[in-house]
Design a protein around this ligand. Structure first.
Ligand code: OSB
Ligand code: MG
Length: 368
C-alpha cells in the first residue's frame, strides 16, 4: 500500500446540547480528522480525545503533536503491507492510543475502499444491524432527565445509560425506576467513587441495573475486583481497559463482568479486535462505547460493533442527538426498533462531506 499523503484537520463542532459527566461538561467538540490518500483512494479517521485530559490523559493538542511528530513519521517511513500491520508500528509510542488509533482506523477505511469492501466486512463483522442505546449526561434536574429518557425510549433505543456522580445517584435512580420499572437501565460513574463508597454503592443493587460502568479510579483493576465481590450489579469497565493485558487481568481478577470497548481508547481496530476475542473466549459480553464522535468516528464504531461478541446495545446513536449537521451523508439514523443498519458500501459506507469539513476546519497540515 503506497501512501501519498496524510492530512490532519482540526474541526470544531458545537453540540446540540451540553454533555455533562462526573468529570465535566462539553459544549463544543474539537476533533482531529485524519485523511490518508494513495493509490487513487482515501480513508478517514477521527481522534476521539476530549478537549482536556479529563477522560484519559489525551486531549486534542496532545493528539495533534503525537500524530505529527511520531505516529505519522512511523507510518510514512517504510511501506505498509496492510492496515493490520499499522498497530505494531505504533508499539514504541506509550499511551496516546486515541491519536494512533485515529490513523490506524483511517488506514482500515482506505484499505476497505481499495478492496471495494465494507469496513465491517474487512474487520470481520458478522452483524447487518447493531443494537443501540443512548448515554444521557447529568441534567439540571431529575424532571429534565425523566423527560430525556421519555424521548429516547419513544425513539426506540434499547437501553438507557445515565451518568451518575456523588449527589446525583441513588435518589435519581429511585425516581427513574419509579417511572420506568422495566427499562433496560445502566449507570456510568466515570471514576467518581472510591472503595470508601462500597456501602453507598451497594444501594445500587436494588435498582437491578444492567451494569455500573467504571465506578472507581480510571487506572484501577484491583479495587474494582473488591467492589465486584460486594455488589450484585455487574461492573463494566471503560477507562481501566486500555490494552489487551488490562482486559486479560480484569477477567482473571474478576474486576468486571462486562467490558465497554472504545476504538480510540484501545488504539484502533487491531487492538479492539484482540480485546473482543479475549472477552469472547472468556464469556465476557462487550459493547461499543462512544466519545461524542462526528459521523466519521460514528461510522467506525458501527463497523466495530458488527463483530460477533458485541451482544449488548452500545452508546452508538443517531447523529442528530449530537449535531445539527453531521460531516457524513446520509447521517447516522436509528430504526424504530433501536438499531443501526450496518452500511454495505465500500469503506465507512457513508459519504464524507468535504465542504462541511473544510468550513469547520480551524487548522490543517499535510505530510508526504
Ligand atoms: O464514559 O462513556 C463515557 C462521553 C465522553 C466521555 C466519556 C463517555 C462518554 C459517553 C458518551 O458516555 C457516549 C456517546 O458518545 O454517546
Ligand atoms: Mg464510560
Amino acid at each position: 500500500m503506497t501512501i501519498e499523503q496524510i492530512t490532519l484537520r482540526e474541526i470544531q463542532m458545537p453540540l446540540v446540547s451540553a454533555f455533562e459527566t462526573s468529570f465535566g461538561a462539553t459544549t463544543t467538540r474539537r476533533m482531529i480528522l485524519v485523511e490518508v490518500r494513495g493509490e487513487g483512494s482515501f480513508g478517514w479517521g477521527e481522534v476521539t480525545a476530549g478537549e482536556g485530559p479529563f477522560y484519559n490523559e489525551e486531549d486534542t493538542e496532545t493528539a495533534w503533536h503525537v500524530l505529527k511528530d511520531f505516529a505519522i513519521p512511523l507510518i510514512l517511513r517504510t511501506p505498509l503491507d496492510s492496515a493490520a500491520a499499522a498497530a505494531a508500528r505504533f508499539d514504541p509510542i506509550r499511551g496516546h492510543r486515541m491519536a494512533t488509533g485515529a490513523l490506524e482506523a483511517a488506514l482500515w477505511d482506505w484499505e476497505a475502499r481499495l478492496a471495494g469492501r465494507s469496513l465491517s466486512a474487512l474487520v470481520g463483522g458478522t452483524r447487518q444491524e447493531i443494537p443501540c442505546g443512548v448515554s444521557i449526561g447529568i441534567q439540571p434536574s431529575v424532571e429534565a432527565l425523566l423527560e430525556k429518557i421519555r424521548t429516547e425510549v419513544a425513539a426506540g433505543y434499547q437501553r438507557i445509560k445515565i451518568k451518575i456522580k456523588p449527589g446525583w445517584d441513588i435518589a435519581v435512580l429511585e425516581r427513574v425506576r419509579e417511572q420506568f420499572p422495566a427499562l433496560h437501565l445502566m449507570a456510568d460513574a466515570n471514576s467518581a467513587y472510591t472503595l470508601k463508597d462500597v456501602p453507598h454503592l451497594k444501594q445500587l443493587d436494588r435498582f437491578y441495573l444492567m451494569m455500573i460502568e467504571q465506578p472507581l479510579a480510571h487506572d484501577d483493576l484491583l479495587d474494582h475486583a473488591r467492589l465486584q465481590q460486594a455488589l450484585e450489579t455487574p461492573i463494566c469497565l471503560d477507562e481501566s481497559i486500555r490494552t489487551l493485558r488490562h482486559a486479560e487481568q480484569a477477567i482473571e481478577t474478576a474486576a468486571c463482568r462486562i467490558i465497554n470497548i472504545k476504538l480510540g481508547r484501545v488504539g484502533g481496530f487491531t487492538h479492539a479486535h484482540a480485546i473482543h476475542d479475549c472477552c469472547q473466549a472468556a464469556g465476557i459480553p462487550v459493547w461499543c462505547g462512544g466519545m461524542l464522535e462526528s459521523g466519521i468516528g460514528r461510522a467506525h464504531n458501527i463497523a466495530l460493533a458488527s463483530l460477533p461478541n458485541f451482544v449488548l446495545p452500545g452508546d452508538v446513536s443517531a447523529s442528530r442527538r449530537y449535531w445539527s449537521q453531521d460531516v457524513i451523508v446520509p447521517e447516522v439514523e436509528v430504526t424504530p426498533a433501536g438499531t443501526i443498519q450496518v452500511p454495505q458500501a465500500a469503506g465507512l459506507g457513508y459519504e464524507i462531506d468535504r465542504d462541511r469539513i473544510e468550513r469547520r476546519a480551524i487548522r490543517r497540515e499535510s505530510f508526504t
